[in-house]
Ligand binder design. Structure first.
Ligand code: ATP
Length: 307
């Protein structure tokens, strides 16, 4: 067995095609039922053996890396600590995150980096974790981390961390409308609770309309079935998102949705040509800070290069 000097892991961002949020549990969390799709917007995580005694050293680059912490508050750093503690591995590691997934955009950027670190350390030290073991450790780091490892299209239950692949066909074309400032996930959940105060809230259900549309590989039906219980809360905290949704739908999107806790708004369109038209329309509208096109579903965290 040749000892590797390093590995590069590519990890996708995600959109939630469906996000059902249950009532606030006594432990402060919400049960969710969600449908994730991994999309072709990636962070690259490079992990190399470091100098003896250096510890975990994290560095950043990429279009969305500004302001992201490099200490133990970074989820990738915590993933490295967890993996090296659990399997008694050297902590002398140099980790570089090349970030393209928007930060605090509801696209699981931090979770993607944590997933990349788990997969990368597993490969670098030849730990040989099974998919199940990997997903269990991933769930300790955050609800979206197991999906970032699996990719594709999955149903997430529990806190979104118990994932099952969903039957689906076809490729989906997305136009992502970005906001200049992120939204904090806990703040959006808090606003959701506030808006629903006093209302009876049912346990979240898998969306049959969404599952059927995905099985049929029918983007028009998927567009109609897009639903997010956090959307009203994200729009309440950031009213401009309603304008973004209106612009996208007016310019021919099959459906539009705030992704996860937002503020990224994801529009599903028919094909590449429609994606280009909508990109131009959204950019010209002045209501978004950036527009990105992406396709899904794509793979989860995987080693793309050994060093
Ligand atoms: P989710 O969709 O899982 O709710 P998100 O995409 O909305 O997450 P992240 O991009 O993961 O949000 O970032 C949320 C916060 O976490 C940021 O404000 C940032 O300071 C912090 N953070 C910690 N680690 C990372 C990381 N590796 N990349 C980006 N942000 C990170």
């Amino acid at each position: 067995m040749v000892k590797l000097n390093g590995v590069v892991v590519r990890v996708p961002g995600k959109v939630n095609l469906h996000l059902g949020v249950g009532p606030l549990d006594p432990d402060g969390y919400h049960e969710v039922t969600t449908v994730f799709q991994a999309i072709s917007l990636y962070d690259d995580v490079t992990i190399k053996h470091g100098e003896p005694g250096q510890g975990i050293v994290l560095t950043l680059s990429g279009s969305t890396s500004m302001g992201v912490p490099v200490d133990s508050s970074n989820l990738a750093f915590r993933a490295a600590e967890l993996m090296t503690d659990r399997y008694d591995l050297s902590k002398d590691l140099s980790i570089h995150l090349k970030k393209e997934i928007p930060v605090a955009g509801g696209m699981a950027g931090g979770s993607a980096d944590a997933a990349g670190v788990l997969v990368g350390i597993d490969a670098l030290f030849d730990v040989g974790l099974s998919r199940d073991e990997m997903e269990r450790i991933a769930a300790e780091l955050g609800s979206d981390v197991p999906f970032s490892i699996s990719g594709g299209i999955c149903i997430g239950t529990g806190r979104g961390d118990r994932i099952t692949p969903a039957l689906s066909r076809g490729t989906y074309h997305w136009v992502l409308a970005l906001s200049g400032h992120g939204l904090s996930t806990p703040a959006v959940y808090g606003e959701c609770d506030r808006l629903r105060e006093g209302m009876p809230i049912a346990r979240p259900q898998v969306s049959e309309a969404m599952m059927q549309s995905l099985r049929a590989g029918d983007p028009k039906a998927v567009g109609k079935a897009l639903a997010n219980d956090l959307q009203a809360a994200a729009c309440s905290l950031r009213p401009a998102l309603r304008l973004v949704l209106d612009v996208g739908l007016e310019y021919g999107a099959l459906g539009g949705i705030v992704s996860g806790s937002g503020p990224t708004v994801a529009f599903l369109v028919d094909d590449e040509e429609k994606a280009l038209d909508l990109t131009v329309a959204l950019s010209a509208s002045g209501v978004v800070s950036g527009v990105i096109r992406a396709n899904g579903p794509t793979h989860g965290a995987r080693v793309v290069e050994t060093l």
